[in-house]
Design a protein around this ligand. Structure first.
Ligand code: ATP
Ligand code: MG
Length: 378
């Protein structure tokens, strides 16, 4: 069992000492006694008590001086010191506080009051120690987390940066090799495959790069006037071969329209959404890109006739690494469930929002990008 707390009583009056000792021992405390300030300080250093009861008026060092001296000793700063005084006046009280007292009892000693005050002081000290311990623990954990987070950010920045170049170089080498007129069909097909995968990889890398930029608060759109129908036309063009291979019709229904947005971000948002639609749309179906002007924002909609997204997952799919199992298609290994997260951070960086609706059949991915006042209605 743990040792009972040790209470050091310092008082030049032996009757008081005897009464305090008897009272505290009745409560099973250990008690050490000193009859002067000097003796009390020696006892404090030798015994390291858990609590000190201190008389104010003593020959030699008075109680205030003893208390100040205790506060300067090792472990003296958090040991409760309770003053025992015959003077019940503001000045003594202020002096006691100034010397670092925790509590102030007036003589004559009333046993029940003494016990309650000592118990309270010990309890406060214990709580203080526990709080400090918890605080230290939380601080250490916070520091560790911070360090880990910084390491993670640094590592992913390195990885993303160092991956971009070799991937472009792979694509370039494959393009060079494809120029040869005398390639066997299988080699040509393999080279095309390498190009496809290199494109997938660089798509993944730029998505990752922008997601991590947005986590660091650095993804700031550079808005300018973007001709939306031309942009949508370019995206349709870029996916034309893929759509053709899957027997899907990909069309833009956007008429001439200028919007204010970051061109590169908006292009990659559309590419991600069209890429998703192509992955999920069935053969012989149509994927449409449309736009309309709302009160304060332009709305772009991309619809397909695939399996759609169940209502309960319509928020979740915008989280990182979330992929649904539609069961009808093998997801390409280079896909990671980052495309929609990227779209969301981009659209939100513009102050807009993105969501998915039921196309009945299929999914309609919608995004709104707020427009400057003068543009609205144009
Ligand atoms: N048009 C869609 N129809 C049905 N489900 C979709 C559609 N678009 C996205 N999803 C679902 O949402 C998930 C998340 O899409 P997201 O674009 O974030 O990731 P991904 O396409 O799987 O991989 P990545 O885009 O990183 O290559 C997809 O895995 C898919 O399950
Ligand atoms: Mg995707």
């Amino acid at each position: 069992m743990a040792q009972p707390p040790l209470i050091l009583v310092i008082d030049d009056n032996r009757e008081n000492l005897a009464l305090a000792k008897a009272t505290l021992e009745d409560e099973d405390y250990l008690v050490a006694l000193a009859t002067s300030g000097e003796e009390g300080l020696r006892a404090f250093s030798a015994d390291t008590p858990d609590c000190v009861l201190l008389d104010v008026r003593m020959p030699g060092m008075n109680g205030f001086a003893v208390c100040s001296a205790i506060r300067a000793l090792p472990r003296g700063h958090d040991t409760p010191v309770l003053f025992l005084t015959a003077q019940r006046d503001v000045e003594s009280f202020d002096n006691a506080l100034h010397a670092g007292a925790d509590d102030f009892l007036t003589k004559p000693i009333r046993p029940a009051e003494l016990v309650v005050r000592v118990q309270a002081a010990l309890k406060l000290r214990r709580l203080g120690a526990e709080l400090r311990e918890h605080y230290e623990l939380v601080r250490r954990q916070r520091d560790d987390l911070m360090r880990l987070q910084l390491q993670k950010e640094q590592l992913s920045a390195f990885i993303i940066h160092d991956l971009k170049n070799p991937v472009s170089s792979m694509d370039l080498q494959a393009q060079l090799a494809l120029r040869s007129a005398v390639l066997p069909d299988t080699t040509r097909a393999a080279l095309e495959r390498i190009r496809d995968e290199a494109r997938n990889l660089s798509h993944l890398i730029v998505n990752l790069l922008d997601i991590s930029k947005s986590e660091a608060g650095q993804l700031l759109p550079r808005r300018r006037d973007v001709e939306l129908s031309a942009l949508a036309g370019q995206v349709v063009e870029a996916f034309a071969l893929k759509a053709q291979a899957a027997s899907i019709r990909l069309e833009s229904q956007i008429g001439p329209r200028v919007v204010s947005a970051d061109l590169d971000m908006l292009r990659r948002v559309l590419e991600n959404l069209v890429d998703n639609a192509l992955r999920h749309a069935p053969e012989e179906s149509v994927i449409r890109i449309g736009a309309s002007q709302g009160d304060e924002a332009v709305e772009i909609r991309i619809s397909d006739m695939g399996p759609g997204v169940p209502p309960e997952l319509r928020d979740k799919i915008f989280d990182q690494f979330v992929q649904l199992d539609h069961g009808d298609r093998v997801i390409a290994r280079s896909s990671r469930g980052l495309g929609l997260t990227f779209c969301k951070v981009c659209v939100e960086a513009h102050g807009g929002r993105i969501w998915v609706e039921d196309g009945n059949p299929g999914a309609i991915f919608c995004l709104q990008i707020p427009q400057p006042r003068e543009r609205v209605g144009s």
